[in-house]
Design a protein around this ligand. Structure first.
Ligand SMILES: Nc1ncnc2c1ncn2[C@@H]1O[C@H](COP(=O)(O)OP(=O)(O)OP(=O)(O)O)[C@@H](O)[C@H]1O
Ligand SMILES: [Mg+2]
Length: 313
């Protein structure tokens, strides 16, 4: 297990000149630059996203941090996300996730997948993303791969995306929550983005006291109804790809997928989660409550069980 994470105080960090107040997305966030001085766990002089929770779910930023820790342990490419605080000019403390920038803005650029869906589909509605779909995602990846090359094998990247989002119950991997990273220099290959924006997951929208007594069948049906943002194709925009159905699909697709998913599901999730229990002890104005953590553990263990059942069915 990697070192235990700590709260980062970003008071006084430089706000980026052009992206100080971040225009994209649904919640308050700022692009900040870390100082030159060494701070454990922080890259010096590197951009970070200071991303607040939605008002209705004040502890949501913890989901970004937990998704990062889980992803990191399981070998998924998830940008580092740490709990953070900032004291504003009036002395109010704001808590948020501090998320490491996943590309170097001085030498690389980033385009949302939305740009390519808009090229491909004339009436693509970027607000709702109703035509954000798996078939066209594959076309976009194939085109990039054959025209310029993609640094990682895109099929495995896609398997990881679907598996990670199913594991954490992420319903929000829309066309602005993945994309393409370009290196400077026309001939260099592109990169598919890491799995960022993971806050709409881990049952964050449920209040722990209300779900603590859910019996197992209720929990299972909650998980079974979870869906990706992606549709299967653009012909049936109402038909979002069910989380567990996507795993069934991956298993039917290839022996490589089967081996990968089987190996990952052999992880001792109970032990892994026990090692994260210290998060509840971290002192912060908005702490991670034990009840919230227990709910997250229940969900993850149940998701693992349901995926394992698919492996043996
Ligand atoms: N770690 C990162 N490095 C670089 N850019 C990032 C990073 N995290 C987010 N971004 C950029 O900022 C945008 C908004 O961030 P993010 O998607 O996390 O916020 P959001 O408010 O939750 O959006 P949404 O409406 O999708 O829920 C992303 O679409 C992406 O372009
Ligand atoms: Mg987003």
């Amino acid at each position: 297990m990697a070192q235990q994470i700590q709260v980062i105080d970003v008071t006084g960090w430089f706000v980026d000149d052009t992206h100080g107040i971040f225009p994209i997305g649904a919640r308050d966030k700022q692009m900040l630059w870390s100082p030159e001085t060494a701070i454990p766990g922080i890259k010096p002089n590197w951009p970070y996203l200071f991303k607040c929770s939605r008002t209705a779910y004040p502890d949501q930023f913890w989901m970004e941090c937990i998704a990062y820790l889980l992803g990191n342990e399981l070998g998924f490419d998830v940008p580092k996300a740490l709990p953070a605080r900032m004291t504003d000019a009036e002395g109010h403390v704001v808590c948020a996730a501090l998320i490491e920038w996943f590309y170097n803005p001085k030498t690389q650029s980033f385009a949302h997948a939305a740009d390519y869906f808009q090229n491909l589909i004339d009436d693509f509605d970027n607000d709702k993303g109703t035509k954000h779909n798996l078939t066209d995602l594959k076309t976009i990846c194939q085109e990039f791969d054959s025209l310029i090359g993609i640094e990682q094998p895109w099929q495995h990247w896609l398997t990881q995306l679907l598996l990670f989002d199913t594991l954490i119950g992420n319903t929000d991997r829309h066309q602005e929550n993945w994309g393409i990273i370009f290196n400077s220099g026309l001939s260099s290959k592109v990169l598919l983005s890491p799995l960022y924006d993971n806050g709409t997951s881990l049952g964050h929208e449920r209040f722990p006291a209300k779900v603590a007594n859910w019996p197992e069948p209720r929990l299972e049906s909650y998980i079974q109804s979870g869906e990706h943002h992606l549709r299967l194709d653009n012909l049936n925009p109402d038909n979002r790809l069910n989380h567990l159905e996507s795993i069934r699909m991956l298993l039917n697709e290839s022996a490589e997928n089967q081996a990968y998913i089987r190996q990952l599901m052999q992880t001792d999730f109970t032990a892994l989660l026990a090692k994260l229990a210290y998060l509840c002890e971290i002192e912060l104005e908005i702490p991670l409550s034990k009840q919230r953590f227990d709910w997250i553990c229940r969900l993850l263990l149940c998701r693992q069980k349901l995926i394992c059942e698919l492996l043996t069915s």
